[in-house]
Design a protein around this ligand. Sequence first.
Ligand code: BES
Ligand code: MN
Ligand code: MN
Length: 500
Amino acid sequence: MTVAIPARPEGFTPVPSAQQTTTVSAGPAGESAAVAYLVTADTPLPEGLGVDRDALTAAGLTEDAGSTVVVPRAGAAAIVVELGKEAEVTVDGLRNAAAAAVRAVAKVASSVGILVPEVPVDPTDAAAAVTEGALLGRYRYTALKSEAKEKPLESLAVEIAGADAEEVAAGIGSGVVTARAAAIARDLANTPPGHLSAVDLADVTAQLAGEYGFESVAFGKDELIEMGCGGILGVNAGSAFEPRLIKLHYAPDGEAAGHLGLVGKGIMYDSGGISLKPSNPLHLLMKMDMGGAAAIVGTFAALRDAGVDTEVTAWLCCTDNMPSGSATKLGDVLTARNGMTVEVKNTDAEGRLVMMDGLSLAVEEGVDAVIDIATLTGASIVALGTRRAALFGTDRVLLDTLAASSEAVDEPVWEMPLEASYRKELDSQIADISNMGGQWAGATAAALFLKEFTGDTPWAHVDIAGPMSSDADDAWRSAGATGFGARLLLHAAADFAGGE
Ligand code: BES
Ligand code: MN
Ligand code: MN
């Protein structure tokens, strides 16, 4: 059967951010088309600004962190962003202020300088956060717009009062790499499903692998049959497109500090399958149901340049989930890679079906620990909203590493209990387990299902159904896919096995 593929603009790439280059330099901020002054509420304003507090207050600046005004003046426009009280300024506050600053002039300035006052944050960390915030704040997915309304950020100058250039340069270097991780994840999740099939994703990761120093191997339908990956195949059964299991591998230069496994949900589009989803706004988000896989690809695009010394192997479980004459039916039984049989009681609970194969493979590989990341359940959104991911797991050290990384990169998570007494709700009369739990605690039920495939390997599960996307520009998040998870996993990989 030949399948029509939508026309794509010439030169279309699902990862425009891999080509986009913002030149970031360690000051001077004053030579850019717009100059952002990050100010504290209780210390004098910088001299070059040319207006006093009263004038700023009259223009609408408040003492709340993030409050922003643009001051017109001869030459370069001035942007003022409030940081709040000096003693309370944090890395997160700087990241968000930088995002607000560049956004304020998105329509007019393609070069922005950001001037950071002396604050109680290490200058390298401050430069990293400002760089990251500016690059992510100015992110826009414009690949399919004939004309973009905003200017791309061509150059960014970061100046930190009282810091030496080397410290600032080091921070910039790291901010560029972490922002790239998130931007690539956003690109992939923002790409429409007709422009990014599982096969396309495998092609893109192979291309990124060459560029960013990792390996990528993809397994197609026949290989998946041989490998016994009944979950991925079962979800793919209704699709006109082939599935791909994409295996990524990163080896550090020297001796590795442990071997971390990552497993990502890569549902290129989730229609629900035979258990068809209603046409509501959430359904419209289902092109992003590969947000977990996208986050992992983003992480891999940064591991080498971030100097991570952990070996990392990932399994991305990729297919769309479609209804058709050949689709998996309710009551069908699938056999996972590890031999377990699963009764499909709802084809919309497909994420756990593809992930069961990925987790089985990670355990077989003998990784020291495995983290999976998935846009898994609407129930996690009900519990925690769109700002925070649900975290589950079996290993205290791994969970603590993730919680600490989450704090460091401002990708918030909340640990939820793996309530063992709910496990029986996943029982099946005819198979080893079913893919549906009871009426309540849907995020926990999904996590308990995944746990069955993790054996004795320390495991953590991050459900990013909520924070994968944002309705509006909001601090470092830009409207659309947020890339949530890419920076979290990068940080966790760097910290794995006490790497820091
Ligand atoms: N991909 C969805 C979960 C989701 C919903 C992600 C909204 C992001 C936004 C997942 O495959 C799904 O459909 N889950 C079902 C599971 C249920 C049928 C047990 C859900 O959460 O309703
Ligand atoms: Mn689903
Ligand atoms: Mn899904």
